[in-house]
Design a protein around this ligand. Structure first.
Ligand SMILES: [Zn+2]
Length: 84
């Protein structure tokens, strides 16, 4: 799939998830303190956790890994954010 339509589709899916998720179901990222739908659109998968989702949202998770030098900025972004 082309890069741009894919990005638009992902952005649309995120907006839909935010609109469709009741406020009581939103989970807070402890790092950026945003309330986000419990979805792999926003959180990486982590099967070790009861929710099945990572504690930090993808953006924070990535920012921390970039800071720690584990990934280069803007490199492998899509791999790190694997969609289910
Ligand atoms: Zn966050």
């Amino acid at each position: 799939m082309d890069e741009i339509p894919r990005k638009i589709a992902l952005a649309a899916a995120k907006i839909n998830a935010e609109v469709d998720t009741p406020k009581s179901k939103l989970i807070k990222c402890p790092h950026c303190e945003r309330l986000l739908p419990p979805s792999t659109l926003f959180f990486s998968q982590n099967k070790a956790r009861p929710s099945g989702l990572a504690r930090l949202c993808k953006e924070c998770d990535r920012a921390i890994r970039v800071k720690n030098g584990k990934v280069k900025e803007y490199d492998g972004r899509e791999k790190a954010a694997q969609m289910s």
